[in-house]
Write a protein that binds this ligand. Structure first.
Ligand code: NOJ
Ligand code: CA
Length: 571
């Protein structure tokens, strides 16, 4: 096999530093805590870590409101800790990519503090400042997190633009000094030795310079109500279309691509670095694969139901759109969604389901991204009071429900919780002690620990149980590594009984091909091998029974059954 770049072979694992492990007992995860668990990650078998923002931040948006790009949040440690983390990662043969927030800074960043200080400050133009129109904002754009995209600053009597929270002013990338300062920041981390970046919100970097009014014909509150009521695929598509229209001048403008090419050129000056883009749009790979290396298949993660037909459709679409030589990238969860088992799990067979979702992710074509804690079946925490919600999207929803729609606080909390991203940002569960080994028993964890850590959802107990989900993760990740065709083999979906997804991964000219059959349904299914094939070797299986026959081999798959095996032509 042609040697693939490391990021094509790698299994990535996303860590949120605040929630992984607290080494000093303040209830907040930190870099030393991560270092203490690197052996765990190595043993799990993952190859690369993506760490969400580690920079100083007021933390109004989970660290995506950066107040200094060149250092480390004091609650996480300092630059020396970061360098130690990186060298410990590298000494284990692993890779580390960091988050880079391009579109906006925190309003506490010194650049913005200067910019807002006067109309003639040299950094005034580093952000997007405009005059209002008759005491109204410069245009009718909305913020993605709710409300107008413009904030009036009484001191200089102008408005500044923010796609996200008002505490996250957008940088003005059309100013060459801004571009230079941000590129210098990238180089700073590249020189320290990071292996790449996950680029945040790349679609939002540029906005229409003429500030053209959007013509969605609907208010943001109206769109919120419409989306909430949308039950069918058609209704959801209508809401999505209106949303696209609403944000049309603020998202995915052609200007972004030139910038991505520039950033790619910077990164390419250093060997073996990778850019991962927070977008699902394939055009960010670039016309000639000259923009971003990996683009997330978010439509897979957003499937309302994970069924064979929805996955098939997703794969057909994605792979058809994939530019030549571009490499796919799949994930089923991150810090912006509910955890996998909350979205796709049902009943109490979580171990079998978690295993099935992993088998899917590790055998589909593309680099898989795992989310911390999913390997032990962690689930969303429940929140019972609006005071315990940090996420601005949820807080906006709450305010709208109470203030604009006149709903009760209970109703509003229910709706806010659907949106609240805090639920899945919960502390990692290392053992079954009070606070789950995330922080000492006497400390107060920054978010509650899910009580299921007392009932087996923790690393310690699952390590000792050969049948645990954690041990399935260890095994399946190793199997993927030992069988490169699962990484680079051609992918072909084949016919299978309803409820099952079956596909080949094959290397042309090889005698054997990999057959993967996943029973995603609630009932037992029987898969019959294509007539001209026979089973040769089972590589991995769970909840199945094989039956070799003269006529044709069959596999009986109980619910969530998994078969990964080698087959060959028999006649
Ligand atoms: C995308 C990040 O994943 C999300 O958590 C954040 O709120 C926005 N970008 C804004 O930075
Ligand atoms: Ca700490």
């Amino acid at each position: 096999m042609k040697k693939l770049e490391w990021w094509k072979r790698a299994v990535f694992y996303q860590i949120c530093p605040r929630s992984f492990a607290d080494s000093n007992g303040d209830g907040i995860g930190d870099l030393k805590g991560i270092i203490q668990h690197l052996d765990y990650l190595q043993d799990l078998g993952i190859d690369a870590v993506w760490m969400t923002p580690h920079y100083p931040s007021p933390f109004l948006d989970f660290g995506y409101d950066v107040s200094d790009y060149l250092s480390v949040a004091p609650e996480y440690g300092n630059l020396e800790d970061f360098k130690r983390l990186l060298s410990e990662v590298h000494s284990r043969g692993l890779y580390l990519i960091i988050d880079f927030v391009l579109n906006h800074t925190s309003d506490k960043h010194s650049w913005f503090v200067e910019s807002r200080s006067s109309l003639i400050n040299p950094k005034r133009d580093w952000y997007i400042w405009r005059n209002g129109r008759n005491n109204e904002p410069p245009n009718n754009w909305y913020s993605w997190f709710g409300g107008p995209a413009w904030e009036f600053d009484p001191f200089t009597r102008q408005y500044y633009y923010h796609f996200f929270m008002k505490q996250q002013p957008d940088l003005n990338w059309r100013n060459p000094e801004v571009k230079q300062a941000m590129i210098d920041t990238m180089r700073y981390w590249l020189e320290i030795g990071v292996d790449g970046f996950r680029l945040d919100a790349i679609g939002m970097v540029y906005e229409d310079s003429k500030l053209t009014n959007q013509e969605s014909g609907m208010s943001q509150l109206g769109l919120y109500q419409l989306s909430r009521r949308a039950k069918t695929g058609h209704q959801r598509r209508v809401a999505a279309r209106i949303s696209n229209k609403m944000f049309r001048y603020q998202m995915d403008l052609p200007d972004n691509h030139g910038l991505m090419r520039e950033l790619r050129n910077v990164v390419d000056e250093y060997p073996n670095k990778v850019l991962v883009g927070e977008t699902e749009l394939m055009n960010y790979y670039g016309l000639d694969n000259d923009e971003i290396h990996l683009i997330f298949n978010f439509p897979l993660m957003r499937l309302i139901k994970l069924t064979p037909s929805s996955i098939r459709q997703n794969q057909y679409r994605r792979l058809k759109q994939l530019p030549n030589d571009a490499w796919p990238c799949n994930t089923l969860g991150n810090h912006d969604t509910s955890r996998i088992l909350n979205r796709y799990g049902y009943g109490n067979n979580h171990c079998a389901m978690g295993r099935l979702f992993l088998a899917l992710l590790l055998t589909l074509p593309g680099t898989p991204f795992l989310y911390y804690g999913e390997e032990i079946g962690m689930m969303d925490i429940s929140i019972d009071n609006v005071k315990n919600i940090f996420d601005e999207i949820a807080l906006w929803t709450y305010r709208m429900e109470v203030e604009e729609l006149g709903n009760s606080e209970g109703e509003a909390l229910k709706s806010a919780l659907i949106a609240a991203r805090d639920k899945s940002r919960n502390p990692m569960q290392w053992d079954n002690s009070i606070n789950g080994g995330f922080c000492p028993p006497h400390a107060k964890p920054w978010l509650p620990i899910h009580p299921n850590h007392f009932n087996g959802v923790n690393v310690d107990e699952q390590t000792k149980d050969p049948q645990s989900l954690l041990n399935s993760y260890r095994l399946l990740i190793r199997i993927r590594k030992k069988n490169p065709a699962l990484i680079n083999g051609d992918f072909r979906i084949i016919k299978s009984p309803k409820g099952c997804l079956a596909f080949f991964r094959e290397v042309p000219g090889k005698k054997y091909k990999y057959l993967i059959v996943l029973n995603m349904g609630k009932i037992t299914n029987t898969y019959k091998l294509p007539h001209s094939y026979e089973m040769n070797e089972t590589i991995y299986s769970a909840n199945i029974k094989e039956e070799r026959n003269k006529e044709s081999d069959v596999i009986h798959l109980a619910p969530y059954g998994i078969y990964i095996g080698l087959i060959r032509r028999s006649r």
